[in-house]
Ligand binder design. Structure first.
Ligand SMILES: *Cc1c(COP(=O)(O)O)cnc(C)c1O
Length: 464
């Protein structure tokens, strides 16, 4: 029997310890008490593995274990992080941030009652998508619109409601996978439709679609290639040809536009992408997009198009399962209002970040680098050029000219420092290249710059 076991403090005494009381405030007394009991029971069981010279050591050890466990819990909680990766729509980091002026409205609505399904004109039951639908009609000229959980469910719902047990024709050049769980063939099969693939990976002609049409065909589906591009010897059937064919054969033409946009990005120095209104104007029956990609809104799937089809979708039982809550609808309403007014669009964080100029980034980076080297002595910090990315499957093949703080570290400390950055109160997520930590300026939110500097300096002081 180890002698130090006699010095094991009582649970009661530990619970009164100053450090432990801090943990209780965060996690609750029961949880902390349980953790203490677990630690002490492990110590008793394996007592021969420990040596402590006095009772203070025993106490310190237990507190240290408790804090370590608390850090692990703290790391798994959902919380705000600083994105220094340079990928604007980082799916793992929650895609698009939503503008503060939008979220202030959301906070108000979430805290009380609202007219979610109550028609204030008539004093009777209303339809929850109505306000957002009205804005979408105004913005895009669509006849009707509705909102679901995300774009994957939007596509699924359209297929199931309009083409179940029938054939859907898709080009082999558009069989995309978007991050694991969204694969076009899987979605089509799961929705109960039969997928008919046409063309080849690099070339699909309108004749290929035409030849594949049968008695069983319900739909021609076009999908944004999102995260890749086929280059070289290629042919993509034009939207116009596809729409004309669908019209002639009385089929539904539907396009999954992926990120989707209401504004011409060329105004912001970004590459051309067809807008939703352009595609609908050409005669596409239905268009689906995500809410949290370049739109800069909350996670949502938006379906826009012809009333006859949308009415059918609205009556489908899946609608009830895929509908969104009042906070999502409020956020979407406020974001769409910004687009309708045409003001403050640059205030939408994703668009703002995407369109930041190199010169501006260089200026911000220079200031941050200077401030950091003033906080940490002998720090090897450089300002380097870097390629940022839109991300989220938007604008494939587009690289944004960016700037990063580059911090050189000892070879074996890079992983450790990165892990430390992930455990911070507000974790910092960055890139690593050749034993250098790279902090891309573009995606670091301006209002978090001070937190970023202070936290990073604290970690770097420890290692340098
Ligand atoms: C991103 C994307 C999706 C999936 O959208 P979610 O909103 O994440 O469900 C579907 N299709 C395309 C073309 C996309 O780019």
């Amino acid at each position: 029997m180890s002698i130090w076991l006699r010095n094991l403090p009582s649970v009661h005494v530990l619970l009164e310890h100053e450090e432990v009381r801090k943990l209780i405030e965060l996690q609750g007394r029961d949880r902390v008490k349980e953790a203490i009991q677990d630690i002490m029971s492990t110590m008793r069981q394996n007592h021969e593995n420990y040596t402590f010279s006095n009772s203070q050591n025993v106490l310190d050890y237990i507190i240290c274990q408790l804090k370590e466990q608390a850090t692990l819990t703290h790391v798994t909680e959902l919380k705000r992080v600083i994105n220094a990766t340079g990928t604007v729509l980082h799916t793992n980091l929650g895609r698009s941030p939503v503008a503060k002026l939008v979220m202030d409205k959301v906070a108000q609505i979430a805290q009380g009652y609202c007219n979610l399904e109550y028609d204030l004109n008539q004093g009777k039951r209303g339809y929850r998508d109505r306000p957002v639908e009205a804005l979408l009609m105004q913005l895009t000229g669509c006849e009707s619109a509705l909102v679901v959980n995300n774009n994957a469910s939007a596509v699924f719902l359209c297929l199931q409601a309009l083409a179940k047990d029938q054939e859907v024709i898709v080009s082999r050049g558009e069989q995309v996978e978007i991050g694991g769980s969204f694969r076009v063939p899987d979605i089509i099969h799961a929705s109960g439709c039969k997928m008919i693939e046409v063309g080849t990976t690099n070339k699909t002609y309108v004749e290929d679609y035409e030849k594949a049409i049968s008695e069983e065909t319900a739909m021609l589906l076009k999908i944004h290639q999102s995260n890749y591009r086929i280059k070289g010897f290629t042919h993509e059937t034009s939207r116009e040809d596809l729409i004309k064919l669908a019209e002639n054969r009385q089929l539904i033409a539907i396009e999954d536009l992926g990120s989707g946009t209401f504004v011409d990005w060329r105004k912001y120095g970004l590459p051309y992408e067809p807008t939703v209104q352009e595609v609908l104007n050409k005669g596409m029956d239905i268009v689906t997009i995500s809410g949290d990609k370049l739109l800069g809104g909350p996670q949502a799937g938006i379906i826009m198009g012809k009333k006859e089809y949308l009415d059918k979708i609205k009556r489908h039982p899946l609608m009830r399962m895929l509908r969104v809550d009042k906070t999502t609808l409020m956020a979407l309403q406020e974001v769409l209002r910004l687009y309708v007014k045409g003001e403050h669009i640059e205030e939408l964080p994703s668009l703002g970040m995407m369109s930041q100029s190199y010169v501006h980034l260089k200026k911000r980076g220079g200031e941050l680098g200077l401030a950091l080297s003033e906080k940490v002595n002998h720090l090897a910090v450089d300002l380097v050029d870097i390629e940022d990315q839109p991300g989220g499957g938007s604008l494939p093949d587009t690289w944004l000219k960016g700037v990063a703080l580059s911090i050189a570290l000892e070879m074996d400390s890079v992983d450790q420092v990165q892990a430390q950055l992930r455990r911070l109160h507000m974790p910092i997520i960055c890139r690593v290249k050749d034993n250098k930590l790279l902090f891309s300026i573009r995606t670091i939110e301006v209002e978090l710059e001070d937190v970023f500097l202070n936290e990073l300096a604290d970690v770097l002081k420890e290692v340098s």
